[in-house]
Design a binder for this molecule. Structure first.
Ligand SMILES: [Zn+2]
Length: 248
């Protein structure tokens, strides 16, 4: 009879059925360390790339599968979101420093206090995306998903959607800022990113619900689009102002 070195449960086969540790644990040596390093990179890469690809091509099916429990091959939602946000911030700042892109505001945003708030929003956009995602999750849940899905399930899908959005914005920054040498801090580019986000959001939501749509599906889709746009605009307008008033 063999026992698990980690939890002392009796074991047979390759893995402990109580804690999941391998049963053939050896002393740590150089070979073990290199195996672990290569395992880490090949596996994070596979799961991460697969998740990124699937959430662009068919976000709906992928989401439904994930919620039903097909999870092993996917990057977990929080780390997926954080990795893409981190990569985006890193590369975005590298590009604007390398090509010296200045912030260009639209004429409507030139009112002094307003301009300051708008600049703050644009410089720290990734910070404001989280409240935007939560508000979108509330809208989608109230109008389309309730009562079939939990609110938290919709929040998890928003993390995947948000992460994927940062990946697309990153790609857009590279194409526009590096290849075409367009100022990615111009308000036109900000507008284009907003349109991109609306399109991806609509595609994600449609692809998720089209297989078993609720009654009045299109009416609900339009209502969600309106709710998300209006609450998004209000948040982007007043959240930076509020922040600057609290922390002047
Ligand atoms: Zn064990």
């Amino acid at each position: 009879m063999k026992f698990c070195i980690n939890c002392d449960a009796p074991v047979s086969g390759k893995y402990c059925h109580e804690c999941g540790q391998k049963t053939n644990i050896k002393r740590l040596d150089f070979k073990g360390l290199t195996e672990e390093i290569s395992y880490f990179f090949t596996h994070i890469e596979k799961g991460f790339l697969r998740t990124s690809k699937e959430f662009i091509i068919h976000p709906g099916v992928t989401s439904l599968n994930y919620l039903k429990g097909k999870r092993k091959n996917y990057q977990k939602p929080v780390s997926y979101f954080l990795i893409w946000v981190g990569l985006y911030i890193l590369v975005h700042n590298m590009i604007i420093n390398r090509f010296h892109y200045e912030y260009i505001l639209s004429a409507a945003d030139q009112i002094p206090r307003h301009a300051e708030a708008n600049l703050f929003l644009r410089k720290h956009f990734s910070l404001f995306l989280l409240p935007l995602l939560i508000v979108s999750a509330i809208s989608v849940w109230l109008v389309l998903a309730r009562p079939r899905f939990y609110f938290i399930e919709i929040v998890v899908l928003m993390l995947y959607g948000g992460g994927t959005y940062f990946m697309m914005t990153l790609a857009s920054d590279i194409v526009l800022g590096v290849l075409l040498r367009i100022n990615i801090n111009h308000y036109h580019v900000f507008l284009w990113q907003t349109i991109l986000s609306a399109l991806y959001n609509a595609w994600f939501t449609y692809d998720f619900f089209r297989r078993s749509p609720p009654r009045y599906f299109w009416l609900r889709m339009i209502l969600v689009a309106l709710l998300v746009s209006v609450s998004g605009l209000l948040l982007m307008e007043y959240l930076p102002l509020a922040w600057l008033n609290i922390f002047p």
